[in-house]
Write a protein that binds this ligand. Structure first.
Ligand code: HXC
Length: 259
């Protein structure tokens, strides 16, 4: 399946849903229609039983060099308020299937925020993350100050946000921002391989693990523990739990069906 969008490419390959940001001439600067298209593609994947993992990547020299500065240069506060500027971003955060980002080149500003919306990140060795908004007299608005701080803690988040300094792939590994680093030439291949591995796991386990881990980011421990326990119980009403445990006992590979 291939959908035709203006600012992205989306396709389904096997059990992977793939989205490629596709404005390479402006380093995949994220304009509002692009966010809507990403959301539309992801929501389509969410409803498609065949898709088990979503892979998001850039095209050309960047993952994305930020929100489209030309689009917002003349905006004022009330434009944002009336437009409910971040409503599509909020819905992206509600996607239940795992999202793996493949980052090459620049992931700046809104591009970094989009990467931080992914559950796992693989980056090329040339990847550079950062929040340069401070140089434009603004600040991140799609979760950057919150997600980065929760991920790396106040000390480095404040430094990077105050200075706009770029974070190399090597540093991003060190601070747990990305899961793996690869040579640029094999970034997509390695990401797809990694995604395949996850796509072969029991889909409902993956779904409830994602939900539970995200809960841990926000909730106090006792609330998170309670949430985890209910999800653990829930998995015992799936066919995949019976299949997974039976396959173990019969010393064969399980065939998970997401039911
Ligand atoms: C619009 C952009 C853009 C952006 C790059 N371009 N980033 N257009 N919005 N965010 C365009 C350039 O204008 C240029 O177009 C073309 O892409 C290539 O970029 P160059 O600057 O010529 O490339 P280079 O010299 O290699 O520099 C790369 C760069 C630089 C360091 C990434 O482009 C840059 O600083 N970009 C802006 C980064 C940034 O400030 N991002 C944060 C945006 S604010 P032409 O037509 O000249 O060839 C933000 C807020 C998020 O993200 C709020 C929530 C969503």
């Amino acid at each position: 399946m291939t959908n035709s969008y203006e600012y992205i490419e989306a396709s389904i390959n096997g059990n992977l849903g793939q989205i490629t940001l596709n404005r390479p001439k402006v380093l995949n600067a994220i304009n509002r229609p692009m966010v809507s298209e990403i959301l539309s593609a992801m929501e389509g994947f969410e409803e498609n039983e065949q898709v088990r993992v979503i892979v998001l990547s850039g095209n050309g020299r960047a993952f994305a060099a930020g929100a489209d500065i030309d689009e917002m240069a003349n905006d004022n506060a009330i434009d944002f308020e009336l437009r409910n500027q971040f409503k599509d971003w909020d819905r992206l955060a509600m996607i239940k299937k795992p999202i793996i980002g493949a980052v090459q080149g620049f992931a700046l500003g809104g591009g970094f925020e989009l990467a931080l919306c992914c559950d796992l990140l693989i980056a090329a060795d040339d990847a550079e993350f950062g929040f340069p908004e401070v140089n434009l007299g603004v600040m991140p608005g799609a979760g950057g100050t919150q997600r980065l701080t929760k991920l790396v803690g106040k000390t480095k988040a404040m430094e990077w946000l105050f200075t706009g300094k770029r974070i190399s792939a090597q540093e991003a590994i060190q601070f747990g921002i990305i899961n793996r680093m690869t040579a640029k030439e094999v970034l997509l291949e390695e990401t797809l391989k990694f995604a395949e591995g996850i796509a072969n796991q029991a889909p409902l386990s993956i779904r409830l693990i994602k939900e539970s881990v995200l809960k841990a980011v926000d909730a106090p421990l006792d609330e998170g523990m309670h949430f985890e326990r209910k999800n653990f119980y829930l998995l015992f009403s799936t066919e995949d739990q019976k299949e997974g445990m039976k396959a173990f006992q019969e010393k064969r590979r399980p065939n998970f069906r997401g039911k």
